[in-house]
Design a protein around this ligand. Sequence first.
Ligand code: 2P0
Length: 320
Amino acid sequence: MRAAARAQSNIALVKYWGKRDVARNLPAVGSISITLSALWTDMVVEFDPQLEQDVLRVNGRDDPAALLRISRCLDSLLGSGRLQARVDSTANFPIAAGLASSASAFAALVLAAAAAAGMSRSRRELARHAGHASGSAARSLYGGFVELANAGDDIAASSLLDADDWPLSVVIAITTAAPKAVSSGEAMEISRRTSPFYARWVAQQQADLDAARDAIMSRDLRRLAAVAEHNCLKMHSVMWTSRPAVVYWNEATLACMQAIRLLQAAGVAVFFTIDAGPQVKAVCLPDVERTVQNALDAVPGVARTIVSGLGNGAALLDAT
Ligand code: 2P0
């Protein structure tokens, strides 16, 4: 009746932005991500016949505002006749700040909840349920390099390469830990309805996915860098041209990008990506991780940096 799971966060190198079905939370485009070993959420789920309704604690505090999404995810996984649950979530990094906290949270939730309910579900099936709660969460069930595809009427996540198959480092520059003003789900809908670039974004995504997948399978950082930076800037262009405009960047975001450009010009194997928040993620080969971290630490406005390798995907912590 009780189980705990840890899932790591992930960042997309080819981004998910926009939904084709809001009610079922189906993405309009496929995406490719890397799972991060250093950022994780631990989720403890306990079903209790005495409880009259679900209870959620996030980082040790009651969080009724986030409860509805959690309850819906449990209903979708276990059916609405399920027992009520006590859910305890702990993240080791800032929440709702563009570091994919919902990805690690919902991936850990489905894994822990299925185990607590004594239910056997394939990873692919768990990923599908996590994805219906939060698109990027489907990817956090897997480690290394992960693709989330639109498969017929639904979604399917799968592993492209394991973490050990091509070890990369990610240096995350935290420019502010404050929660974002507009949730990504809300912002995606604004983009879909109003950006004149949205249709082009969707139309071009398959080519970016094919290029990135090919670069990953060839372990070619230069080609991966080109498509990932292009795809990231294209997504932000869609956001910026929405009405109202969605701008997640701050001055330090741009300064970090410029620092990474300087490193590239000096021959350092690194590229940037930025999600629905002002943090900058620098993806690099492990041997230049220190150089990249030093450069980003020196950027005015960077509060701190976090260094991560690639993670192995969600796992149960216990099942008592
Ligand atoms: C991604 N993002 O691919 C993109 C890039 C943010 C920018 O997936 O509405 O929390 O819960 O399905 O997964 C963040 O959005 O959105 C996200 P919902 P989610 O990582």
